[in-house]
Design a protein around this ligand. Structure first.
Ligand SMILES: *[C@@H]1O[C@H](CO)[C@@H](O)[C@H](O)[C@H]1NC(C)=O
Ligand SMILES: *[C@@H]1O[C@H](CO)[C@@H](O)[C@H](O)[C@H]1NC(C)=O
Ligand SMILES: *[C@@H]1O[C@H](CO)[C@@H](O)[C@H](O)[C@H]1NC(C)=O
Ligand SMILES: *[C@@H]1O[C@H](CO)[C@@H](O)[C@H](O)[C@H]1NC(C)=O
Ligand SMILES: *[C@@H]1O[C@H](CO)[C@@H](O)[C@H](O)[C@H]1NC(C)=O
Ligand SMILES: *[C@@H]1O[C@H](CO)[C@@H](O)[C@H](O)[C@H]1NC(C)=O
Ligand SMILES: *[C@@H]1O[C@H](CO)[C@@H](O)[C@H](O)[C@H]1NC(C)=O
Ligand SMILES: *[C@@H]1O[C@H](CO)[C@@H](O)[C@H](O)[C@H]1NC(C)=O
Length: 781
């Protein structure tokens, strides 16, 4: 009984101001106030500072109804959202949060999640000229020189001195721009220019009072990027042309973003790897109000934390951004190749998977017996072809009491430095939980001279080991190498510095790490939507680096090579900006449709897209295919998805009409019949049917707008696996006499189809435009 009383009285003791010196560690975890997001729906007032004050005082009143009056110091809000949606973040206990969630005005209350950047953090650098960049800019730049598109980057900030953000030749900042350039400890107003037109940063308070985990102390308080992720993504989306970009002289080329004439506004919502949900909400709210056209978000929720669309900060804010005509492009995540790993799956988000490009990085391994192997890796190895170094298998170099299995995988603490110092160490990959980066650090710490890594996993994603000699070979080559080690008393090897291989085939292929569909929250929307280059992408870098990363005596490179869906996302952002710069009036869903229906489904050998193990890639890996921005300029037909469609989607997902009414000021009601299955009917530029019984038929309807020739006839063709029967009605669409819209139905009959997902596409063709929509239909018995 005594302990029970103690338990109850503790919170009062700790949170009364007089006892602030008490130790926090003894407070039960469920009593510690934590950051929560209180989401209250759409905003219907024109914002200004006074509204913010009004909103804040209303929020404080709401808080005072749940926070005990003797905890007055907690009576404050961290962020107020009041532009395109309403809500705030504050420190609450779980019971207070649950009280608030019952409040009439409140839609959802959820713990402030920490989101992760979608980079694999392979600290890579090198050449540039993405396939995508070279493909269209030559033709179109200058021809339609609209410099009015503004891209908002929600990321780790920016390195403003990078040549990629020069404003040379750019005209006045668009008049509608309402953003600011916030000064900070290492960021001046003059760091903004006519290219980088806005910069905001946010301080995330990780905890309340003495539980504080403020990240502000860890990195400087400004919009400056200390991670390089944000600088890299911003330059991929909209960096200007920089000639002779290279990594320490290797593989030179011209670096540039998708739309070099676009303006950039940065919203630093992340510090290092962490991005608080409450801060992301604030950043998107600000970006929309500042006047950006497109928002690029290369980060996402942890897979396990995805609960529903209205407790996901990106989904919530993107919904309202979309209502305001602002397009939101997000990365799909790096949790592949397993299915059900894609995040950012709301239908109002354009979700981007990652592919390789037609360039590979090889670091050659030369053994003492003169055998050579083409390894994969980005290394500035200073080892030379003329000298050999002792080669040791890590499994033979275990430290005392370490099982050889741990040592052979270069597990932390498993290697005996006296056995590996000065040698090239061979590590395997049968503990898939340790990254290449960790293995490298383990080997490096033990004093080794280099790392030869044997694994088929991520072989197509060259790891950047900086100055440390590294190469990765497949398991077949690994067998040869191990044979050689056993065959001689003094095995030796050398790892040569990386060379870039151009016009590599096949490309694109789906990156191993790229997250796969179907989406966990609903299988009736096909996700990811589209694929773009995300492997070994060269873009702007910060001029700060980790110790040992750069070759001895060299300054950090102005360009870095990185991999991740984080790098794929800004390619699509840039492509969307390109389309927007020419079709000013197009809505986000029209741009999305144009990108999706014109995507490429063949690689540079002319065959269908494949994944990293050589299998045929399906739409749960590639979405509609690899972006093809030039084609997307002239799609013929587009599938417009309206705000009403999105509301229907939310009705079908189980949200009540009462909740949905508070998201908007427009009149709206849910259809009488609501079921998850009806989501397939959303007017989306792809089709997904999460479950189709063999005995049933399923009909979906789509509407198109003709944005091509006014007098034209489209005919449909279908590609489907054997057994899946598909009928389209009508089979021909005539656009005549000012008619610009049409409706068609697609019926699926799976009686003789194979069980599980069936993939295919239907294409409308008018002799000029190919409008392709992919489908995924899951047949169940
Ligand atoms: C923060 O800024 C100060 C000066 O403005 C600088 O000396 C310091 O290195 C910066 N810290 C980081 C982590 O960049
Ligand atoms: C505080 O930060 C530390 C280290 O960055 C982290 O391990 C811990 O989980 C954080 N605590 C909270 C409550 O966010
Ligand atoms: C291009 O860059 C390389 C390496 O940074 C440098 O050695 C070379 O002089 C540069 N060439 C031109 C024309 O600027
Ligand atoms: C490897 O090649 C070098 C030079 O071509 C030659 O001198 C050496 O004998 C060769 N070693 C073996 C083991 O074949
Ligand atoms: C090669 O690089 C290592 C560090 O990565 C350095 O210690 C060593 O001195 C360099 N050797 C030569 C010959 O430059
Ligand atoms: C690649 O696709 C094949 C089917 O075509 C599949 O069996 C395999 O698991 C896929 N591999 C990866 C790495 O996704
Ligand atoms: C429309 O196209 C049809 C068939 O291509 C043609 O016969 C007709 O003259 C065209 N009408 C106009 C107004 O261009
Ligand atoms: C498509 O199907 C719907 C019912 O699902 C029907 O009302 C409509 O008339 C059909 N449209 C066409 C063009 O066949």
């Amino acid at each position: 009984m005594a302990s029970f009383l103690l338990f109850l009285s503790l919170p009062l003791l700790f949170f009364s101001p007089v006892s602030s010196s008490s130790s926090p560690s003894s407070l039960p975890d469920d009593q510690i106030p934590k950051s929560y997001i209180i989401y209250m729906g759409g905003s219907n007032v024109e914002d200004d500072e006074s509204d913010m004050k009004v909103a804040e005082s209303a929020h404080l009143q709401l808080l005072s109804s749940v926070i005990p009056s003797d905890e007055g110091e907690r009576m404050s809000v961290n962020h107020v959202y009041h532009h395109s949606f309403r809500g705030f973040s504050a420190f609450l206990t779980p019971s207070e949060a649950s009280l608030l969630s019952g409040h009439d005005e409140v839609i959802s209350v959820f713990r402030d999640p920490i989101l992760k950047l979608h980079t694999t953090r392979s600290w890579d650098f090198l050449d540039q000229q993405s396939r995508f960049g070279s493909k269209f800019q030559h033709h179109y730049h200058g021809l339609f020189a609209s410099t009015d598109v503004i891209i908002g980057m929600i990321d780790t900030g920016i390195w403003p001195e990078s040549p990629s953000f020069s404003d040379k030749g750019l005209g006045e900042i668009p008049k509608r721009w309402k953003g600011v350039c916030m000064e900070g400890s290492d960021f001046k107003k003059s760091d903004c220019n006519r290219k980088l037109i806005g910069a905001r940063y946010y301080i995330h308070q990780g905890g309340f009072g003495k539980y504080s985990n403020s990240t502000a102390t860890k990195s400087n308080v400004s919009a400056r990027d200390h991670d390089s992720h944000g600088t890299h993504t911003a330059s991929t989306a909209a960096g200007v042309q920089v000639r002779n970009a290279s990594y320490f002289g290797l593989a030179q080329g011209t670096a540039k973003g998708g739309l070099p004439s676009a303006r950039i506004a940065v919203y630093k919502a992340c510090t290092l790897d962490n991005c608080a949900g409450s801060t992301i909400l604030k950043a998107i709210d600000d970006a929309v109000n500042d006047g950006v056209d497109i928002i690029s978000i290369s980060l996402g929720m942890d897979l396990l934390l995805q609960a529903d669309f209205l407790s996901d900060p990106i989904a919530i804010a993107a919904f309202h951004a979309n209502q305001m005509g602002v397009m939101v492009v997000c990365s799909a995540g790096n949790s592949g190749p397993d299915p059900f790993t894609v995040v950012n799956t709301a239908p109002w988000i354009l979700t981007v998977a990652a592919s390789n490009i037609d360039r590979d990085f090889e670091s050659t391994l030369l053994l003492g017996n003169n055998a050579t192997f083409k390894g994969s890796g980005i290394t500035l190895s200073n080892l030379t072809i003329s000298s050999q170094y002792p080669l040791a298998f890590a499994g033979d170099a275990a430290s005392a009491f370490t099982p050889p299995s741990e040592a052979s995988n270069c597990y932390p603490g498993s290697l005996d430095p006296t056995k590996v110092a000065g040698k090239i160490v061979v590590c395997l990959n049968s503990y898939p939980t340790i990254s290449r980066r960790i293995k490298m650090l383990v080997v490096q710490d033990a004093g080794a001279r280099g790392l030869l890594y044997i694994s088929n996993v991520e072989k197509g994603v060259p790891f950047d080991s900086g100055a440390f000699p590294f190469t990765q070979v497949g398991e077949d080559d690994g067998i040869q190498i191990q044979k050689y080690i056993k065959s001689t008393r003094k095995p030796t090897a050398t790892i040569l510095s990386t060379v870039a291989v151009q016009r590599y085939k096949p490309a694109p292929i789906v990156a191993d790490f790229s997250s796969r569909g179907p989406g966990e929250l609903t299988e009736n929307i096909l996700k990811p939507d589209i694929m773009a280059p995300g492997v070994a992408i060269l873009a702007a870098n910060i001029l700060e680096s980790e110790p040992g990363q750069d070759p001895v005596g060299k300054k950090p490179s102005k360009f870095a090579i990185k991999s991740g869906t984080s790098m794929a996302c800004p390619h699509v952002t840039g492509a969307a900006a390109f389309i927007k710069s020419i079709h000013h009036k197009w809505t986000p869903s029209m741009i999305k449709s144009a990108l999706m229906t014109t995507a490429t489904v063949a690689d540079n050998t002319g065959r269908g897209l494949t994944n990293s193990s050589g299998g045929t890639a399906n739409p749960h890996e590639t979405g509609a295919g690899e972006i093809s921005p030039v084609q997307a300029l002239n799609p013929g037909l587009v599938f417009p998805t309206t705000t009403e469609d999105y509301f229907h989607f939310l009705c079908y997902s189980g949200y009540t009409e009462k909740i949905l009414r508070s998201l908007t000021s427009t009149k709206f009601s849910c259809p009488k019949v609501s079921s998850d299955k009806l989501i397939s009917n959303l007017n989306y530029p792809s089709i997904s049917i999460g479950e189709l019984k063999r005995t049933n038929d399923k009909r979906v309807t789509r509407h198109v707008i003709n944005v091509g020739s006014p007098n034209t006839t489209y005919t449909a063709t279908v590609r489907a696996p054997e057994g899946l029967r598909i009928s389209i009605f009508p089979k021909k669409i005539y656009f005549r006499k000012g008619l610009t819209t049409a409706t068609f139905n697609v019926s699926f009959h799976g009686k003789e189809a194979q069980k599980g997902y069936n993939y295919g596409s239907l294409t409308w063709f008018d002799g000029l435009h190919r409008v392709r929509i992919v489908f995924a239909v899951n047949i169940v018995d």
